[in-house]
Ligand binder design. Structure first.
Ligand SMILES: [Mg+2]
Length: 401
């Protein structure tokens, strides 16, 4: 009892889940001196697994199962700089992100070392995040490969939430080839901590009313936001586990750690109030450098078509429409210009991006200089589903809910 049937949920790690609800109410009733936990929220934290390395494998399946390191060229172990990211196959050799690249080389010289391609990671991220965003009302992207969603109005229980999450994982995998790990809890930070407990490709659930109990045995270092400095400070106070933190009163925490202490107390006691809140989407852009500088405007036009197709696909995936189209052009010698036009109405059409970009570029034809780079940008975005209100208004209306 208490665990979800494994027939519906494969790979689900239930950290602590308890049903039926009556037991839970009794238990909470007995903790009268404690503030009541944040109830009725179902927050999922979604984190793509070894994202940069997985993205590289997606476009080059031959890399599958090989150790992959994203970072500077190791130069036979003589290079400086650190590992930006590595996959799980590389981690088996002891490699970690932020490790000196020279050390990574020493541990695993046969790994595939690749320079980062952030532009590609970003466009793939738009696709992934767009898919997630389209399924929920309350969405918050926190990094290139991480998001929170509030499932309160999507599902009725944690059990339904875990089914929803399994389906999302499957859809992400079949459409993008990428896997992710998910944490489910009543607060954001607990959900994020849960995600990290079973990676890669896991689902970890901290059931309703159980955050305090679930976090108790974990080291304080699992709390995102507790850096080395805070960790050392806590150590001096004799605190290494979250249960030690839970034993400290709110007043003392506040006196010792100020605002961090107030937040930390809420987090470890399962009463963090911070909700999932969408950040404003500002723009999508893409650019490409010609392999050789060109004076052939037909080649420029072709690139404009290609870039506009790319942008339109990203808009579609993210379910947003644009009002402004902008271009960037760089000539040999790095002379760079940008131009922008605002349309009469919002649009999601690829041909409009293409047409406006070409028009904006026309004035540069007479420069008679070799073109090095072309960039396209769409901005003043809003969600396609929001009626006539702007994206910002939509967020203000829904964000605090
Ligand atoms: Mg990740």
């Amino acid at each position: 009892m208490g665990f979800y049937p494994s027939t519906i949920l494969t790979r689900v790690q239930t950290l602590l889940t308890r049903t039926p609800k009556a037991d839970l109410d009794e238990e909470i009733g007995s903790l009268e001196s404690q503030p009541s936990p944040v109830h009725n929220r179902i927050i999922a934290h979604i984190d793509m697994d070894s994202y940069y390395a997985s993205a590289e494998t997606k476009r080059n399946p031959a890399l599958k199962d090989k150790p992959i390191v994203i970072g500077p060229e190791p130069k036979e172990g003589k290079a400086r700089g650190v590992v930006i990211s590595c996959n799980y196959a590389a981690r088996k050799f002891g490699l970690r992100s932020a490790m000196p690249i020279s050390e990574a080389w020493r541990l695993c010289p046969t790994a595939v070392y690749l320079p980062p391609d952030f532009r590609y990671y970003e466009s793939l991220s738009d696709e992934v995040m767009g898919m997630i965003r389209s399924k929920v009302r309350v969405f918050e992207q926190v990094s290139i490969d991480e998001a929170f969603v509030d499932l309160e109005d999507v599902v009725g229980s944690f059990e339904e939430a875990s089914v929803w999450v399994s389906q999302l994982k499957e859809e992400l995998r079949s459409r993008t080839g990428l896997t992710c790990s998910v944490g489910l809890a009543e607060t954001k930070t607990a959900a994020k901590i849960a995600t990290d407990l079973h990676k890669p490709n896991g689902i970890t659930i901290i059931g309703p009313g159980l955050i305090k109990e679930a976090l108790a045995p974990l080291p304080v270092s699992v709390i995102p936001g507790v850096g080395t400095k805070t960790e050392l400070f806590l150590k001096e106070m004799g605190i290494s586990k979250i249960s030690d933190l839970q034993a400290i009163g709110a007043d003392l925490m506040k006196r010792r750690l100020g605002r961090t202490g107030v937040w930390l107390w809420d987090v470890v006691n399962g009463v963090e109030k911070e909700g999932v809140r969408e950040h404003e989407l500002k723009s999508f852009s893409t650019e490409r450098t010609f392999e050789e500088d060109t004076e052939n405007w037909k080649a420029v036009d072709e690139l404009v078509t290609e870039l506009s197709v790319d942008l339109a696909a990203r808009l579609k995936a993210a379910h947003v429409v644009f009002r402004k189209v902008g271009i960037k052009i760089r000539f040999r010698g790095f002379e760079t210009h940008t131009r922008e036009v605002r349309l009469a109405t919002f649009s999601k059409e690829q041909h409009l991006i293409e047409r406006e970009a070409r028009t904006l570029l026309r004035e540069f034809h007479e420069k008679k200089l070799p073109v090095r780079l072309i960039g396209l940008r769409v901005s003043e975005l809003k969600l396609e589903t929001a009626d006539q209100s702007s994206m910002t208004a939509w967020l203000e209306k829904k964000g605090e809910g």
